[in-house]
Structure formats: structure tokens, C-alpha cells
Design a protein around this ligand. Structure first.
Ligand SMILES: Cc1cc2nc3c(=O)[nH]c(=O)nc-3n(C[C@H](O)[C@H](O)[C@H](O)COP(=O)(O)O)c2cc1C
Ligand code: SF4
Length: 437
């Protein structure tokens, strides 16, 4: 098993302190990078085969190599720290406990793409992270580590859609956070119409170790197609939830049972969501799946943002589908019709099913509405909403049927989801702060 990379030494030392970070070799990679030609940095990133940790898993070095050159415009680096999907909380931990690693990653990457301007787009609700990052940035600036690069820490206003890269750019420009149609892609025309590289927090935080030890070193860790480590956010019905940095390819069983301590006493595993609420549910027979991009895709789901949610036998899968869809309905930006209308239709139908008011035909109607959303939207949020619904119905159809036959929820409705996703306020459709007693 590989050692931790982005959370290395964070247990023994207070890495929010610049001196502590430097004591473990912090900012050494930056000094090395600044002696390298920009293209040599991109070459190392390509050799490492580091795949973006925001969800889609696109190779970072290749994305950086797409940036338009010779345009006469500035080049921008944007770090996506919006982290808002139910189940995800890895970026928060990296920024809270190892902020200088992210700052060093920004500076090394900026050198690689010849950029003088970095924006970190931070989820608005992460006030504690903002304070830690702000202090670390001030320390780095005072220690003259920025080398002429400007790093702006920008707080979002609480919209999940602003994690979608083109909506993030709109929001940074001061406009309403809604996705842009593509092409052009950000590598050609991104922030203020200039070539822009956008990467997730963990992607950028992995850059310094790669430059320090070489792309070949990183590529040798874990599976060839998905090398390296990732911070898994383990949540739901598991005894030891939390963030665990592990090699990609780690079997799901090892994460849930050996590391997470298994399920609460007497409970039985019912399902697993492998990568955050946008990824499709897996049944317990897939518990030996290796957790990497390709292996999870091979069994019909998605690796996503490595947010593994464990669900036990108390959970009502209709209620789970409903709660997930309520979230996407609330967060839909409304720009395109299939998503704006489809998420509302799916929510209404799932609510009727859950309450035992649905007619038989409405079970297939949910699938029909999902089909009108899938692949027909301007951004991936539509698919994030509809894809999981299709799989909840396909994999647990008998449970949906019971709600119709028995005229209500056989599992006790909302209370069946204790510990899985935050509950949703029925009027505002926003997550409520506390689990009701
Ligand atoms: C609705 C939606 C929300 C997203 N939210 C995030 C997010 O919070 N953080 C993130 O890194 N990527 C998020 N993404 C993915 C980004 O669009 C983009 O692919 C990512 O920031 C690229 O970085 P990476 O290549 O390092 O993964 C989201 C995508 C969609 C469609
Ligand atoms: S898919 Fe949804 S979130 Fe994305 S642009 Fe369309 S309405 Fe907005």
C-alpha cells in the first residue's frame, strides 16, 4: 500500500504553519519547478497520468497541454474548491489540514502553464476553510514564495452548480452561475475569454509531490490506468466514517470493513454509492470491486469524487432516490428545459411513490422522464440527477412496487435514511441543518 500523499504528515504536525510545512520539505518542489522549463513540468504531469479528482477523471497533464498558446491574452489557473455534492468532503480536509500543499500546487502549476493569476473558488459555506487558507496565503506571501503570482481566494455563494467548471467561470466573472455552451472549452476561451486551466483541489495538491519525485514514480503507484492515491470520503451507515487516503484500486470491501469498521451492529449491507450522490448505486455483490476509475465503470457505476456512501437494510430506496432528486431539483440552475422540468417531474413522481399515492403506470413514467433528461442537457447536472434514479428503480424495483401495493412506505419513510445524506426541508427543498429527533 502506498503512503499518504496529500495528507502525509498531517497527523503528526500542524501543517497549517508554514515552518512546519517547510520542515517536511514543503516548497522544495516549487524551487525545483522554477528551475525547470514550463514544458518539462507539463511532461512530468503527463508521465504521471494523474487523473482529475473532481469527478470526471480526465488526465491533468493532457488538459494542461491543450491550453491555447500565443493568443496574446493572459492564461489563468482556477482551482475548483466548490465541493458541494452530497457525500463529498475530501477537499475540505486537504485545505484545512494541508493548505500550503494546495498553494504550492497552484504555484508549480502556474509556472507550468505560464500563468500569473490563480483563482481558488471556494465553497461559500466553508468559512473555517476560508480562514485557514487565507492565513496560509498571507504567510506564503509574506515569505515571498508567490514569485509575482497573484492568488485570489474567492468564496462562492452556496450554489452546487458553481462547481461545474463553466458556471464557476461565470460566477467568478460576477455573473449568475450558469453553465456555458461548449465549445469553446476553457482551454481556449475560459475566464474573461482567456485560456484557462480548471482543476480540482486534490488534483492541484498532488502536483508538488509529482514534480519532486517524478511522473514515473507517481505512475508506478496503483493501477496503470488510474495511478496514485485518493482521499476517500467514507460516510453513511458505517462505524468509522471519515476521510482516508488510499491507493487507487483498493477493494471496496477493505475500505468499508477493515478501515471503516463495517456496519453498525446487527445491520446488513444493502447498497453502496461509490462516488457521491451523482453516481449510480451498487448492490452488495459488487463489494469486491477495486476502487479506481476503470474498475468502477466496468461494473456500471462511476468513481466520481471518491465519496463512498454505505447504506444498510434500514434504508428505503424510494426515499433515497427522492432525497437525491430533491437536491438536484433545488440545485438545477434552470437554464435548460429537460433538467429544469425533468428534475421537478421526477421529484413529484417519487414523492407520490414514497407516499403510496402513485398509480402503477407512474413507476415507468419516472423512467420515461429520466430518459428525457439523460444526455439532453447543457451540463452534466441533468445526468447526475436522472442516472441514479434509473438505477435505483432498476436495482430495487421490488421495493418501488411494494410502495404501490402497500399504499405507503414499508420502511418508515424519511427516518429510514438516518446517517445517509442530510434530510431535506419539504418546503424549501434545501438540506436542513439537524436530523430531526
Ligand atoms: C453540477 C456539477 C458540479 C460539479 N462540482 C464540482 C466540484 O464541486 N468540485 C470539482 O472539483 N469538480 C466539480 N465538477 C466537475 C468540474 O466541472 C470539472 O470537471 C473539474 O473541476 C475539473 O477538475 P479535475 O479535472 O481536476 O477533476 C462538477 C461538475 C458538475 C457538472
Ligand atoms: S443541466 Fe441543469 S444545471 Fe445544467 S445547465 Fe441545464 S438546467 Fe442548468
Amino acid at each position: 500500500m502506498a503512503d499518504e500523499i496529500t495528507l502525509a504528515h498531517a497527523d503528526e504536525r500542524d501543517l497549517t504553519q508554514l515552518a512546519e510545512y517547510q520542515a517536511i520539505g514543503g516548497y522544495k518542489a516549487l524551487r525545483k519547478a522554477r528551475r525547470m522549463k514550463p514544458q518539462a513540468i507539463i511532461d512530468e504531469l503527463i508521465a504521471s497520468n494523474l487523473r482529475g479528482r473532481g469527478g470526471a477523471g480526465f488526465p491533468m497533464g493532457r488538459k494542461a497541454s491543450f491550453l491555447a498558446k500565443g493568443t496574446g491574452k493572459p492564461t489563468y489557473l482556477c482551482v475548483n474548491a466548490d465541493e458541494s455534492e452530497p457525500g463529498t468532503f475530501k477537499d475540505r480536509e486537504i485545505m484545512l489540514r494541508n493548505p500550503h500543499l494546495l498553494i504550492e500546487g497552484c504555484l508549480v502549476t502556474a509556472h507550468g502553464i505560464e500563468s500569473q493569476n490563480v483563482f481558488i473558488y471556494l465553497r461559500g459555506e466553508y468559512l473555517d476553510v476560508f480562514e485557514v487558507m487565507h492565513a496560509a496565503l498571507s504567510d506564503a506571501r509574506e515569505a515571498e514564495l508567490l514569485g509575482g503570482v497573484t492568488i485570489v481566494l474567492h468564496r462562492g455563494a452556496g450554489a452546487y452548480i458553481c462547481g461545474e467548471e463553466s458556471a464557476l467561470l461565470e460566477s467568478l466573472e460576477g455573473k449568475r452561475g450558469q453553465p456555458r455552451s461548449r465549445p469553446p472549452f476553457p482551454a481556449v476561451s475560459g475566464l474573461y475569454g482567456s485560456p484557462t486551466l480548471i482543476n480540482n483541489v486534490q488534483t492541484i495538491a498532488t502536483v508538488p509531490p509529482i514534480i519532486e519525485k517524478g511522473g514515473a514514480w507517481y505512475a508506478s503507484i496503483g493501477p496503470e490506468t488510474s495511478p496514485g492515491t485518493v482521499v476517500f470520503s467514507l460516510s453513511g451507515n458505517v462505524r468509522r466514517p471519515g476521510n482516508y487516503e488510499l491507493e487507487l484500486g483498493t477493494p471496496l470491501r477493505h475500505l468499508v470493513y477493515d478501515i471503516g469498521g463495517g456496519l453498525p451492529a446487527g445491520r446488513v449491507l444493502k447498497a453502496i454509492i461509490p462516488g457521491g450522490s451523482s453516481t449510480t448505486v451498487m448492490k452488495p455483490d459488487l463489494i469486491d470491486t477495486p476502487l479506481d476509475y476503470n474498475s468502477v465503470a466496468e461494473v456500471g457505476s462511476q468513481f466520481g469524487a471518491a465519496a463512498v456512501i454505505v447504506i444498510d437494510d434500514r434504508a428505503c430506496m424510494v426515499q433515497l432516490a427522492l432525497r437525491s432528486t430533491q437536491f438536484y431539483m433545488h440545485e438545477s440552475c434552470g437554464k435548460c428545459t429537460p433538467c429544469r422540468e425533468g428534475t421537478r417531474w421526477m421529484t413529484q413522481l417519487l414523492r407520490k411513490l414514497e407516499d403510496g399515492r402513485a398509480e402503477q403506470s407512474e413507476l415507468d413514467l419516472v423512467l420515461s422522464v429520466a430518459d428525457r433528461v439523460l444526455g439532453k442537457c447543457l451540463c452534466a447536472l441533468g445526468d447526475f440527477a436522472a442516472g441514479p434514479v434509473v438505477e435505483y428503480v432498476r436495482a430495487f424495483r421490488d421495493e418501488f412496487q411494494r410502495h404501490i401495493d402497500e399504499g405507503g412506505c414499508p420502511f418508515g419513510g424519511e427516518s429510514s435514511l438516518e446517517g445517509v445524506f442530510a434530510p431535506v426541508d419539504q418546503h424549501t427543498h434545501s438540506p436542513v441543518a439537524e436530523v430531526p429527533a
